[in-house]
Design a protein around this ligand. Structure first.
Ligand code: XMP
Length: 251
């Protein structure tokens, strides 16, 4: 089964569209067992209210991919969740391919990549490896932070038509052209979600981070067309992560 279908199934059986971003603040690396325990405790506390686990550098750097992180990925699979690595792959093709091979070897079902590097000798090898291993590739389309306007929001010239086009709309076309499994659009800019959803329709799901801590609103992003909501600190830093996740899943 394709990644896109697997996460759809997970969302249906778990009855939630929330993707847990399992992020924690910096800790002295000597305390990484404390960090791993914290991550395990939060995952156990909220797994019933999320359809996928998203891991970022917050855990990969201190725990290592094949030590702590892999145990979290395995546990997420046992719980019926999909696992996404938010590495924002952004390098030359050869390096991108190696990044993808390692993360897929650790069990991740999908990887987030940056379309700014382009296709030839850029993202093509990632899509090739993902295709061979039945994994997904999710592309950044418009990021959730304010500075996103300087890159994803700039106006560029479409090489085919010679006409000006917003970079994020050009990236939405790439999502279709390259057959990506998802597009990331920040919940902080619901109007961008709406525009990108108008291009993608229901063919490619929109993943939306930026809820809560960054100011985005869950329900507004959903109404604008986001299929999955990525939530980190609003859950991981809550006094009671279970209550926070349950509240969000129920909205
Ligand atoms: P918070 O705590 O703000 O965490 O809920 C959000 C998580 O998502 C990541 N993030 C993004 N990832 N594109 C991405 O691929 C984005 O535009 C984006 N914005 C936030 C962030 O690093 C954290 O893990």
């Amino acid at each position: 089964m394709q990644f896109k279908k697997r996460i759809e199934e997970a969302a249906r059986s778990q009855k939630t569209d929330i993707v847990l971003a399992l992020d924690f603040p910096y800790q002295n690396p000597q305390n990484r067992n404390v960090l791993l325990t914290k991550a395990q405790v939060v995952l156990e506390a909220v797994h019933s209210y999320v359809c996928a686990l998203k891991i970022n550098h917050h855990l990969v750097l201190p725990l290592g991919t094949f030590d702590g992180v892999q145990t979290l990925v395995d546990r997420a699979h046992d719980q019926g969740l999909q696992a996404i690595i938010d590495c924002k792959a952004n390098d030359i093709g050869n390096t991108n391919q190696t990044i993808a091979e390692y993360y897929f070897a650790a069990g991740f079902d999908a990887l987030i990549a940056n379309p700014f590097v382009g296709w030839e000798e850029g993202l093509r090898p990632i899509f090739a490896v993902a295709g061979q291993q039945n994994r997904g590739v999710i592309l950044l389309t418009y990021m959730s932070h304010r500075g996103a306007a300087e890159g994803y929001g700039q106006t560029v010239v479409d090489p085919q038509t010679g006409k000006p086009v917003a970079q994020y709309l050009a990236f939405a076309q790439k999502v279709l052209e390259w057959k990506a499994d998802g597009a990331v659009v920040g919940a902080t800019t619901p109007e961008k979600i709406r525009e990108i959803h108008a291009i993608l329709g229901d063919r490619v799901p929109i993943y939306s981070p930026g809820v809560g801590a960054q100011g985005g609103k869950l329900e507004t992003a959903r109404k604008a067309g986001a299929r999955y909501l990525i939530v980190g600190r609003e859950i991981t830093m809550a006094n009671d992560p279970t209550v926070a996740a349950k509240r969000m899943a129920a909205i």
